[in-house]
Design a binder for this molecule. Structure first.
Ligand code: ARG
Length: 461
């Protein structure tokens, strides 16, 4: 193999089975742009240290530009016996520039510090793409909240009717975890802002190359502190996979609700035709496939994280070839989210809510029973007793098929003399919601304040 990166000490070439196993070009070829970007920076470090003349540097950079153009337009492709993207690109560069100049680029670097740098460049770019998409989803949820400032719904715990809440409050509850995911991406970005280039195979370079120069050329805050750590650490890749999995889990919860809400039994939402699917046999069907795929792909994203962590567990320092297995899971996580997020956003943005039905169901299931207990507390009844009295009222109403406000004053008094007809003043959905006016609560003014805080948190990101 003309272009192989190694071979001097071998008398036989690699077996075909080894080549097939070892080859990574089918997934790492997409890092070619970053590889060439790294080579440009490295060439400048070589020139700064006196290993390339100004003319040689200019010729090298021109060759790298030609290489990049061919990589980007697809006219350059890896050959069957190229082991990885690094070797394939170097072979192509040598073929273009000749072995004299082309053979100088590899001085002072290793694929180990290259790949550790490239994966950060890749993830940095895709963190920005994913953040933009997550923001768009938060925007769609917040717009639905803004469009329904007064709509009410049954709030649930254990999936059972619990207490009525504002629809806007519920929708905003899906925004906050996504805001935290954006903050996680920002925090990850700061931690990943170190360039491993210059760490060499593991021990650093003896050629007096300046890692800080390469770091700043590549837009990193600075070089890594430890060349052994630089080449072997993949915690940043795993952290990215965790954030992707967490976004997936957050989407899956929203998705599950959309699936439930669009059932005949709930009938809280109608999906837009363009964001739902049909059945090949049942002409009437309209299915929430986007939501189901979101729910399903969360499992896949969790698998990407779990597989990556399992690969990393117990690896000794420094570089081990196992580390090549970091790329496919995290590429899969990135590709999955970049396809999923726009679809979920479109589905959310076009949901139509049946607010009348949601309002009609909001007081069902004795969801105002807590308001009875709280009213008794305001009459100075200890909460333990108030809870018992409200519970007895629920039992009475259940036996007689009544709503909480429907028993007579005499029936109230028979349950407990402190339960008077005045309690009916709090037994409305809007009254219940308005009463939960503390910060973070579901009262309209509190939700409006929350909405403003959401906008501030997003603006600060
Ligand atoms: N392709 C490898 C990876 O993705 C980098 C090459 C390092 N190979 C080696 N034999 N040191 O991790």
């Amino acid at each position: 193999n003309e272009g192989a990166l190694w071979g001097g000490r071998f008398s036989d070439g690699p077996s075909p089975a080894l080549q097939r196993l070892s080859r990574s070009t089918h997934f790492d070829w997409q890092l070619g742009g970053y590889d060439i970007q790294g080579s440009r920076a490295h060439a400048q470090a070589l020139a700064a240290a006196g290993y390339l003349t100004a003319d040689e540097l200019a010729a090298m950079l021109a060759g790298l530009d030609r290489l990049h153009a061919r990589w980007a337009d697809g006219t350059l492709a890896p050959r069957d016996d190229d082991e990885d993207v690094h070797g394939a690109l170097e072979a192509a560069l040598v073929a273009d520039l000749g072995p004299e100049l082309g053979g100088r680029l590899r001085a002072g670097r290793s694929r180990n510090d290259q790949i550790a740098t490239l994966i950060r460049l890749y993830l940095r770019d895709h963190a920005a793409v994913i953040a933009t998409e997550v923001r768009a989803l938060i925007g769609a949820l917040a717009e639905q909240a803004d469009a329904h400032p007064d709509a009410v719904m049954p709030g649930r715990t254990h999936l059972q009717h619990a207490q009525p809440v504002l629809l806007a409050h519920h929708l905003l509850a899906h925004c906050w975890p996504l805001v935290r995911d954006l903050e996680r991406l920002r925090d990850w970005r700061a931690r990943a802002d170190r360039s491993p280039y210059g760490a060499g195979a593991l021990a650093g370079s003896s050629l007096g190359l300046d890692p800080a120069l390469v770091a700043s050329e590549l837009g990193f805050a600075g070089p890594t502190e430890n060349s052994i750590d630089a080449t072997s650490a993949r915690d940043l890749v795993a952290e990215f996979a965790y954030i992707a999995a967490q976004v997936g889990v957050d989407l899956s919860r929203l998705a599950e609700e959309v699936i439930l809400w669009s059932t005949r039994e709930f009938a809280f939402v109608t999906l837009h035709d363009s964001w739902s699917t049909g059945s090949s046999i049942m002409p009437q069907k309209k299915n929430p496939d986007i939501a189901e795929l979101a729910r399903g792909k969360a499992g896949r994203l969790i698998g990407d994280l779990a597989g990556l962590l399992a690969t990393l567990k117990g690896l000794p320092l420094a570089y081990n070839r196992d580390l090549q297995e970091d790329k496919e899971p995290v590429f899969d996580a990135v590709e999955t989210l970049e396809v999923l997020l726009p679809a979920v956003t479109g589905m959310v943005a076009t949901l139509r809510f049946d607010t009348e039905r949601m309002a009609a169901l909001a007081p069902e299931g004795f969801s105002l029973a807590t308001d009875v207990a709280d009213w008794l507390v305001r009459q100075r009844v200890p909460f333990r007793e108030a809870h018992e009295i409200a519970g007895a009222l629920v039992a009475h109403c259940e036996r007689n098929s009544l709503q909480l406000h429907e028993p007579s004053d005499a029936d109230y008094a028979a349950i407990d003399p402190r339960l008077t007809g005045d309690v009916r003043s709090v037994l409305t959905v809007t009254g219940s919601i308005a009463s939960r006016s503390g910060a973070g609560g579901t009262a309209p003014a509190a939700v409006a304040a929350q909405r403003a805080h959401l906008a501030e948190r997003l603006a600060a990101l």
